[in-house]
Design a protein around this ligand. Structure first.
Ligand SMILES: [Zn+2]
Length: 367
């Protein structure tokens, strides 16, 4: 007679994708036996014939056996696993099952590890950005200016720059009449690179490579409006804090903003020249830049024109300004939307036109 406590209902599959047939299963000291309910003959499977045993949720057991692709016995009775443990625990394949699946110590360690990883993620994604925001908000503006000047002076020393183009660019910016708490200073670096970038504290660097690609004054106005917005909205400061890392940030918060700290940070200028901004900061700068163009009644299509031209004229290389500024297509669309929703009257600005022509003239003579 079969002992009821050692007989289980389960399923047999002749292959992984085959239909399951209901079977009775028993456990003995060397393995298991199974048969369909209406059969008399039991089929035995020795533990040594088993290719693998898998448990799910501690009661769902799958035993693979035979040759690949394996036949399998599936049992969802939680007593089945207990019987296997009771009768066959001397076999490593069974013993391991309980070692891996049930150790509360391992579970505790996994829980602690998950907790630590979770905490680290929270610090990285929430606490650090929050600290950076706080540091940016509370960073005194005269220190921001000093800090930016250290970086700007290093660019001036490291790069070849054009004095008369620099003067004209500064005149051009002054004639834009953007309202600002910063005293904006622009440098024209003699480099073929299609690039322009802003530094904290009111500094903008424009490469003459990108100036040469410009056809209309509104393109330069749009570019400067965008870079100026990164400064005004303190994106430059934020991005700098993000790149100099956590320890330097702590030094600034707790060590005071003295000249020594500013000097220390200034040494990292090399990495800081190419600040990257998140997509949302780029949109903010585009929106603020657009509003500046609107205030001065300048044609806001300038920025779009420039981007479209840079895209099509530079098949062989991606202009730096497009690669450091994410997703030109989406940004063009974003600016187009702003233009569409905020229609305004465009006014011509003669003094900008005159300075822009001089800039272009200078370009031609220089090469
Ligand atoms: Zn930007």
């Amino acid at each position: 007679m079969m002992n009821n406590s050692n007989q289980f209902l389960g399923e047999y599959k002749s292959a992984p994708n085959a239909a399951a047939a209901t079977v009775n299963i028993t456990v003995n000291a060397t393995g298991i036996a199974y048969k369909p309910a209406n059969y008399a003959q039991w089929t035995t499977i020795q533990i040594t014939e088993m290719a693998g045993i898998h448990t799910f949720n501690e009661s769902n057991v799958v035993i693979n056996f035979g040759v690949y692709p394996y036949q399998s016995i599936i049992c969802r009775d939680d007593q089945f696993l207990q019987q296997l443990k009771l009768q066959c625990h001397n076999y490593p394949i069974i013993a391991n099952l309980f070692k891996n699946g049930k150790s509360t110590f391992i579970k505790l360690m996994l829980f602690i590890a998950a907790f630590i990883i979770g905490l680290a993620l929270i610090i990285y994604f929430f606490l650090l950005p929050w600290m950076v925001d706080k540091a940016v908000e509370n960073f005194p503006s005269d220190y921001e200016k000093k800090f930016g000047k250290v970086m700007f002076d290093q660019v001036k020393t490291a790069e070849k720059w054009d004095e008369s183009q620099t003067k004209l660019l500064n005149n051009f910016f002054d004639s834009l009449h953007f309202k600002s708490n910063y005293n904006i200073e622009i440098l024209c670096v003699k480099k073929e690179d299609l690039n322009a970038y802003a530094l904290p504290g009111g500094y903008i660097v424009v490469y003459d490579g990108i100036l040469k690609k410009m056809k209309y004054k509104e393109e330069l106005a749009g570019l400067l409006a965008h870079e100026f917005s990164h400064i005004k909205l303190k994106h430059t400061l934020k991005s700098t804090f993000n790149s100099i890392g956590f320890s330097a940030l702590l030094q600034m918060i707790f060590g005071g903003f003295d000249d020594a700290v500013i000097g220390l940070l200034g040494n990292q200028t090399e990495q800081l020249r190419q600040l990257h901004y998140s997509r949302s900061l780029e949109q903010e700068a585009d929106e603020n830049g657009f509003n500046l163009m609107k205030e001065q009644q300048l044609n806001p299509n300038g920025m779009i024109n420039l981007f479209e031209r840079l895209k099509t004229e530079s098949n062989d290389m991606i202009p730096t300004i497009l690669s450091t500024h994410p997703l030109p297509e989406q940004r063009i669309k974003y600016i187009q939307n702003l233009i569409h929703e905020n229609k305004f009257k465009v006014k011509d600005n003669k003094s900008l036109e005159v300075i822009f022509e001089k800039l272009k003239d200078d370009d031609e003579h220089a090469y």
